[in-house]
Write a protein that binds this ligand. Structure first.
Ligand code: GLC
Length: 741
């Protein structure tokens, strides 16, 4: 029997005998619910100041979830109304965006990605869940798993970057941290894999814009983190705003039934993004809300975030037979299942003490993560760490003492009074060693004051070294905050270049959201340290790094372009029929009246070539590492077997350091063109000076699979290339062969 909008797999599952106690409790409750109460469960609204109105809707069973809960007393009040004053006493699902911390703010997800450390990401998520649940929150809309290859896109900051493997590794770690080992524990939050799917491919990097991603690239690049999220037990999914190849995600039956349910067997709930159902009308996919609701409910979107469309229209649609009651029942089952799994029917109120907020161990974890998120891009003459002989240190720039902006976007519940800025931390750390001379120069990132620059230069001339903190205010990235021009805002670059002309060593710290094309800034700085908005403890973390208490170990989770015109730019590109050989002449080298075919005919920009400013996976430390030749246990392996790889890594420097050893593979000839290389594994190893470590990898050939011409996954026999390297652009290449099993 086919139910409009329902896939046979789902229909068969629901008619089977309930398998567990939760399923039995769901079925029992479902039989007692009216249609109105069912539609109430499918409705999420935001808290308001009108308690009378909220009480009335809850009593009538019209609400299943509240978003923007961040007050324990209010959460408990609303929950008590639901439990004691509504007919069935179904608990509310309290939700809030806890994207990179709740009160204690961790680095923005792009900064967390720069740590390449799943354990750190999991710990941060666990702490965030502990703090948030103390205010009654039990559902959050994290992790964002959107692959992001366009630095113009404001929400790249909420992602784990450009690579599916890194995003999968860190995204599933976030899910584990949020949900804990037992989802019914009072400190566990239901995670939400979002935004499903390909939202990060918005054309032009402009938020909410259309995407045009073919099924094969969806399956090989954009789906993997989401499929892994299902396997990691993510409790919920959220739709994405974009329409892909003309079909809005929120109305895509293929995404939410064929892929998510039938292929991946997801049994949690699917929530729309904020009013995304209503927005099908401006998107050009519905003539009114009535039609939008029809499309979304048949597409398998089960909870309507802030749209009120389900509450308004589904009753009449079901009564008229336009929407099958079974479709509603299935949606309500999935919603109730999340509530039962969270233990809300047994423990609906917050139990964690509010004293967990900003707990010392939370701040310590945020400091450690911020320090490991910093990426040292340049360090000429080992100007870092700061010499202890320095007597006068100039601190300048708009981000040196910016407690609000340092937290970055999506830090609603972070209190800036708890933020420790670089200025404050360096004053505390260096107070007995050197005199700190502070002049912001520019007072905020968009400041174009010339006076300020002169004052900063005057301060620099009195010092032995200059540390300049530049970057972006928090408002310049995040949702709906894409940028067409990624040059540093205001006159920050001019500030740096004038500081450089003082002849003092210039250490530039870029504290930003967007990954920026820092070519001019890199050229005029002796050292360049990149931190994606580091959060509450960014200051102490920077002090630890600048003074050498810790060595930078962050690695780029995205490619840094030389200029915005190179975008999209990412390491896992296709080679093209005429790849650039890298020895391209610069524009200045081309003579006047040059012959039309006097330059190479290859895929590059005549003015900027193809190379990025800094490649994916790149980062320096205060020591250096030497890589031996990678070798494999065999050069010929059967498809389905596991290849074992080993390489000797040596710390050739004078200090201990963490190295992120990265393994890439490529298939130079395939039945479908493959990227030149793809990250398959990485390991972070800590080596003492002079120490050599044999680093080994086990590479299942299943990881080499790609989507073939027939849209099916295949491990294709043939010649493969392999690199084990410090980043995506270097490393000795070896080869191996996969044979049919
Ligand atoms: C926003 C975002 C989504 C967020 C939701 C709730 O529009 O797209 O990521 O979780 O609304 O705030």
């Amino acid at each position: 029997m086919m139910i409009a909008g329902m896939s046979p797999f789902r229909l068969q599952a629901q008619t089977a005998k309930p398998a567990t106690d939760i399923e039995s409790r769901i079925e029992e409750l479902l039989t007692r619910m009216t249609l109105a109460e069912k539609l109430g469960q499918m409705t999420q609204v935001t808290v308001t100041d009108n308690m009378y109105e909220m009480r009335g809707m809850i009593r009538a069973g019209m609400i299943g979830s509240y978003i923007n809960i961040h007050d324990r007393a209010l959460a408990d009040t609303l929950q008590r109304i639901a439990l004691t004053e509504s007919r069935l006493g179904i608990p509310l699902l309290m939700a809030r965006d806890v994207i990179h911390g709740y009160n204690t703010i961790f680095p923005i997800p792009l900064g967390q990605a720069a740590t390449w450390d799943a354990a750190l990401v999991e710990q941060g998520a666990r702490i965030s869940a502990t703090e948030a649940s103390s205010d009654g929150i039990r559902w959050t809309f994290s992790p964002m798993l959107d692959i992001s290859r366009d630095p113009r896109w404001g929400r790249i900051v909420e992602s784990y970057g450009e690579d599916p493997y890194l995003t999968t590794t860190l995204g599933t770690a976030c899910i584990r941290g949020l949900q804990g080992s037992d989802l019914s524990d009072a400190t566990s939050l239901a995670a939400c894999a979002k935004h499903f799917v390909a939202y990060g491919a918005a054309e032009g990097g402009r938020d909410y814009n259309s995407t045009f991603i073919g099924e094969r690239r969806l399956r090989d690049v954009y789906f993997p983190p989401f499929e892994a999220a299902v396997q990691a037990g993510a409790a919920t999914f959220m739709t994405s705003f974009n329409d892909n190849d003309g079909i809005p995600s929120v109305a895509s039956h293929w995404l939410h039934h064929e892929v998510l349910r039938d292929e991946w067997h997801f049994d949690g709930l699917v929530v729309s993004d904020w009013q995304a159902i209503n927005e099908l009308e401006p998107q050009g996919y519905a003539s009114d809300l009535y039609e939008a609701v029809t499309r979304a409910v048949h597409a398998g979107v089960e909870m309507d975030m802030m749209g009120y469309g389900y509450l308004t229209h589904l009753d009449s649609m079901v009564r008229s037979g336009q929407v099958d009651q079974l479709l509603i029942d299935q949606a309500v089952r999935d919603i109730l299942r999340v509530k039962f799994r969270l233990g809300l029917f047994d423990q609906p109120y917050a139990t964690t003490s509010p004293s967990v907020k900003y707990a010392p161990e939370h701040l310590a974890a945020a400091r450690a993560m911020a320090a490991q998120s910093a990426i040292l891009l340049k360090n000429d003459n080992d100007v870092l760490p700061l010499s202890r002989r320095l007597k006068r240190i100039a601190i300048v720039g708009p981000m040196a003492d910016a407690p609000h902006d340092q937290m970055g976007t999506w830090s609603f519940d972070g209190d800036k009074s708890h933020t420790i800025t670089p200025l404050k931390a360096l004053r505390e750390t260096l107070e007995n060693h050197a005199e700190i001379l502070y002049t912001p120069g520019l007072t905020y990132s968009r400041d174009s004051s010339q006076t300020g620059i002169s004052q900063a230069v005057a301060t620099a001339l009195q010092a032995d070294v200059v540390i300049a903190f530049v970057g972006e205010e928090a408002i310049l990235s995040g949702e709906a905050h894409s940028l067409a021009d990624l040059r540093l805002q205001g006159r920050q670059t001019e500030l740096l270049e004038q500081l450089s002309q003082t002849g003092r060593p210039l250490i530039t710290v870029v504290m930003t959201g967007h990954p920026l094309p820092l070519e001019r800034e890199s050229a005029c700085s002796d050292a360049l340290l990149l931190m994606f908005h580091p959060g509450t403890m960014g200051g102490p973390a920077l002090a630890d790094l600048l003074t050498g208490q810790m060595s930078p170990c962050g690695r780029l989770p995205v490619t840094l372009p030389r200029t915005v015109g190179q975008i999209p730019i990412y390491y896992a590109y296709n080679n093209t029929c005429r790849p650039s050989e890298g020895n391209d002449p610069s524009l200045a080298d081309i003579p006047l009246e040059a012959g039309q075919t006097s330059t190479d005919c290859n895929s590059r920009y005549l003015d900027y070539g193809t190379a990025p400013l800094y490649p994916f996976g790149y980062g320096l430390g205060y020591t250096h590492f030497a890589y031996g030749t990678p070798h494999t246990d065999t050069a010929h392996i059967a498809a389905g077997d596991t290849l074992h790889v080993a390489i000797d890594i040596t710390n050739t420097g004078r200090t201990k350091g963490i190295e992120t050893v990265q393994l890439y593979t490529g298939k130079p000839a395939a039945s479908v063109v493959q990227p030149v290389k793809e990250l398959r594994a990485f390991q972070r190893v800590t080596l003492s000076p002079g120490e050599t470590r044999r680093v080994t990898f086990a590479l299942p050939t299943t990881q080499l699979a790609f989507t073939g011409v027939d849209m099916k996954r295949r491990i294709e026999p043939g010649r493969y290339l392999l690199w084990v390297a410090p980043d995506s652009s270097t490393g000795e290449r070896i080869e191996f062969f996969v044979h049919a099993p």
